[in-house]
Ligand binder design. Structure first.
Ligand code: Q9C
Ligand code: ZN
Length: 696
């Protein structure tokens, strides 16, 4: 996996030359601190280092008017007084004699990154740039932004590389109104932005930053605005926005490239955003996006003004791009009511334009909350800008958190396999620890006596390898594993693996069992294991830790099931380990199995052990090994809407489970409404629909 890191130190030249409290936060130390931290963590050294080039005037012309480019060219020769007077013509902007060069390098860095990824020189990457770009418009600078780096990169990807669908994810805490204006009538670019909004009372104070701005003309539905109406949004809110809004649309859109307007003023500690998401959250967001576009993710720095928080968040983003597993998210995974209201109002506004939202809810937007603003009881919540003690306390808590993270370094081996030699040969080359039967023979024989299916020699040998692999994961020597066992022994092996994991001190095991596999009958329903079986005959939650559901029959149904059920369960449960078992007649297509394994890595801190039967095709085994290793899963193929039966099953489960599993939540009024249309107001009982393939 190659990750490009594009930079040029000349981008540190521009700085504020006069007194302006609004602009003083955007300084050169933003870049030097972030880069320094990447070096300190050994991350910069693992990247393909590229020196930024200047964008040509023709390239700037992909987005900006010739007059505006000429105006900027002219700033190089202006006096400080003239620069200050010109700056005052724009909103929250300052110019410096080096601004034109810096801004051309910033735009050029984005182009170089896109070229590296689309020519295959790199898989993904980050451009560390300033000035930022997403507020910049065809003929206007705004909000520290001069040229719209990401917009230019998107147009370039289309014109020079022939791409048809580009997704822009703007996770900066300000609305990238420049990006919105440039692409609002363009259905080939899907623009998603979340932003601090507070019902219009936050900069840039635009009505078009609201959820009901969905694009114009043919571009309707290709602008997605998620306004946050309260400060204090955290990890649970950001992940919920991805699972319940961005990712369903993004998978349906099926982009060929993902550009991230990667502003980190949405992270904890930032004076602009006043949000609470911790740096690891950006590793999760990045990893979730890597399921799209064959992993072609290009992140370009936008805002981020708290140097410590910015630098850590940049490191987390680069770690995820490099394929390292994301650290577990800290804090309670319970979205704020205000966040759910925002997400739901966007789903309602976008439902006419997206199949993936249609059956689930074309529910009316919830009426605006009359609740007083909520907060989380958290030592990390600063008391406001004036509360210095609270801010200091928050920073102390942050430092402690990062120290804890450093105590859990990435395991030395990323993926280990226990496979027959022939299969292993197909899966190489990876940094593989090929496990031999390292277990005491007596232990294996004891297990074999208990399980008839394990009595055969080869099953015992396989089991020995699998238990060693499990130990490797629990001891943090190995991140993820892939193992094969004879078909007849899958269930018994899983049973032993669960018992072994629990006895080795795992606190929470999440078993995702696909195919004809029964839940071990002696498994205690004590919250230490969460059992999800797929291909259950019906959708049923026998307890909050014992869920079964039929395998959905279409791409849309499968995606709903992963995004609305599997990942919310996983994020809520915070497992030590995920056991993903593909049992007899599992029915998953290779790309589906790969996506499931790839996405499950994020909530599990990378600790996924996939268990397949020995007869599985080498292609399946190969693609599972690759995604567990951090490579991107292949595309699921064309999007087909979920069948009504699959939707009903999902809604039924969500209704049963969401009181306990808060990450599954949408505002209550939405699901009630759904059940009304689904069942004429009655209780929803799912019915099986035969899997007849695509349903339209
Ligand atoms: N106190 C970027 O993050 N100032 N630009 C707003 C509110 C402008 C932010 C004033 C903030 C611009 C790229
Ligand atoms: Zn910003």
């Amino acid at each position: 996996m190659k990750t490009a890191l594009v930079y040029h130190e000349d981008m540190t030249a521009a700085r504020l030359l006069w007194d302006d409290p609004e602009c003083e936060i955007e300084g050169p130390e933003r870049l030097t601190t972030a880069l320094g931290r990447l070096q300190q963590r050994g991350l910069e050294q693992r990247c393909l280092r590229l020196t930024a080039r200047e964008a040509s005037e023709a390239e700037l012309g992909l987005v900006h008017s010739p007059e505006y480019v000429a105006l900027l060219r002219g700033t190089q020769a202006l006096s400080t007084e003239e620069l200050q007077a010109l700056s005052a013509q724009f909103d929250a902007v300052y110019f410096h004699p080096s601004t034109f060069r810096c801004a051309r390098l910033a735009a050029g860095a984005g182009l170089q990154l896109v070229d590296a990824v689309l020519t295959g020189a790199a898989h993904n990457g980050l451009a560390l740039v300033r000035p930022p770009g997403h507020h910049s418009q065809r003929a206007a600078a705004s909000g520290f932004c001069v040229f719209n780096n990401v917009a230019i990169a998107a147009k370039h990807a289309q014109q020079k590389h022939g791409l048809h669908r580009v997704l822009i994810v703007d996770w900066d805490i300000h609305h990238g109104q420049g990006l919105q204006y440039i692409f609002e009538d363009d259905p080939s670019v899907l623009y998603f932005s979340w932003h601090r909004y507070e019902h219009g009372r936050f900069w840039p104070y635009l009505p078009e930053s609201a959820a009901n701005a969905v694009g114009q003309g043919r571009g309707r539905g290709f602008t997605v605005n998620l306004p946050w109406n309260q400060v204090g949004m955290g990890n649970a809110d950001y992940v919920a926005a991805f699972l319940h809004l961005l990712l369903p649309l993004a998978f349906e859109f099926d982009p060929e490239l993902v550009l991230v307007s990667a502003g980190f003023d949405s992270a904890i500690g930032d004076p602009e955003g006043q949000m609470q998401a911790t740096p690891e959250c950006f590793a999760h967001l990045t990893q979730l996006l890597q399921g799209l576009a064959g992993g072609r993710v290009c992140a370009v720095l936008e805002g981020g003004y708290h140097l410590e928080s910015l630098s850590e968040s940049v490191c987390m983003t680069v770690r995820a791009l490099l394929g390292d597993p994301a650290p577990l998210l800290s804090g309670p995974m319970v979205p704020l009511h205000s966040a759910l209201e925002s997400i739901q109002s966007v789903r309602a506004a976008q439902a006419p334009h997206w199949m993936s939202l249609q059956q689930q809810d074309s529910a009316p937007a919830p009426s605006p909350s009359t609740r007083p603003s909520e907060g989380r009881a958290s030592p990390l919540l600063p008391g406001g800008p004036e509360s210095e003690a609270a801010a200091a306390q928050a920073m102390a808590a942050l430092s402690a958190l990062w120290d804890r993270l450093r105590l859990h370094p990435t395991p030395p081996v990323r993926t280990a396999v226990a496979l027959a030699p022939l299969d292993a040969a197909l899966v190489l080359p990876l940094d593989i620890l090929h496990q031999e039967g390292l277990r005491p023979k007596e232990e294996m024989q004891a297990w074999a006596r208990l399980h008839e299916a394990l009595a055969k020699d080869e099953a015992v040998t396989a089991l020995g390898k699998i238990l060693s692999l499990l130990d490797g994961i629990l001891d943090r020597q190995v991140s993820s594993g892939l193992a094969a066992t004879p078909a007849a022994a899958v269930a018994a092996t899983l049973d032993v693996a669960i018992q072994h994991g629990l006895s080795r001190g795992a606190h929470r095991l999440f078993c995702v069992a696909v195919g004809q596999l029964d839940r071990p009958s002696d498994l205690a329903d004590d919250g230490r294991t969460l059992w999800l079986s797929i291909r259950g005959r019906e959708a049923a939650a026998l307890s909050m830790f014992h869920v079964s559901m039929p395998l959905p029959g279409t791409t849309g149904g499968f995606l709903n099931f992963v995004l609305a059920l599997v990942l919310p369960l996983a994020y809520g449960f915070q497992p030590d380990l995920v056991l993903l078992v593909l049992g007899p007649a599992h029915g998953l297509q290779d790309p589906q199995a790969a996506l499931l394994a790839a996405l499950l890595r994020a909530p599990a801190g990378g600790r996924v052990l996939a268990l397949v039967d020995e007869e599985s095709a080498p292609q399946l085994v190969g693609v599972l090994a690759q995604v567990l290793h951090g490579e991107a899963p292949p595309s699921l193929g064309p999007f087909c809407m979920a069948s009504p039966g699959d939707m009903k099953a999902l809604i039924h489960l969500r209704r049963q489970l969401e009181p306990q599993w808060k990450m599954m939540q949408l505002p209550p009024e939405c699901l009630t409404w759904l059940l009304d249309i689904g069942q004429g107001g009655g209780i929803c009982t799912p019915e099986m629909t035969p899997q007849t393939g695509d349903w339209r």
